[in-house]
Design a protein around this ligand. Structure first.
Ligand code: THU
Length: 134
């Protein structure tokens, strides 16, 4: 799966964002090792604090559909510069894919690439996450 295809899916997902408060729509597309792609968009709430970012929507959809291993995620915004996932999303992604590749893009096609371990060094890790024991 080419990065450009994943970005395209994230762009499409972005259109479904619910962001009436910030007006800042974000789309994400997560590629699982199975080859399936799980998309997400941010869903805001009148309380503000209950807002969920696009990246977490995507990974929660993937996990609850039985996925365990992930390759990369594309995140798309409409801004001059691409944005990187927020701290909360970094921590949640690291629970399942500590070395996930992250492709950040804007609508004009500008891209930046990172690894999750680079964006979240020394992530909090408390439990033995060996999936064979769950
Ligand atoms: N947001 C995301 O969906 N992902 C990010 O990586 C950064 C922020 C959302 C949350 C909120 O709905 C809006 O962007 C403004 O912060």
């Amino acid at each position: 799966m080419k990065d450009s295809e994943l970005i395209k899916k994230a762009k499409r997902a972005r259109e479904r964002a619910y962001a009436p408060y910030s007006k800042f729509k974000v789309g994400a597309a997560l590629l699982a090792k199975s080859g399936k792609i799980y998309t997400g968009a941010n869903v805001e709430n009148a309380t503000f604090g209950l807002t969920v970012c696009a990246e977490r929507v995507a990974i929660f959809r993937a996990i609850t559909n039985g996925e365990k291993y992930f390759v990369k995620i594309a995140v798309v915004v409409d801004k001059d510069e691409p944005v990187t996932p927020c701290g909360a999303c970094r921590q949640v992604l690291s629970e399942f894919a500590s070395n996930l590749k992250i492709i950040c893009a804007n609508l004009e096609g500008k891209t930046e690439r990172y690894s999750l371990s680079e964006l979240l060094p020394e992530a909090f890790e408390k439990f033995d996450k060996d999936p064979s024991t769950d």
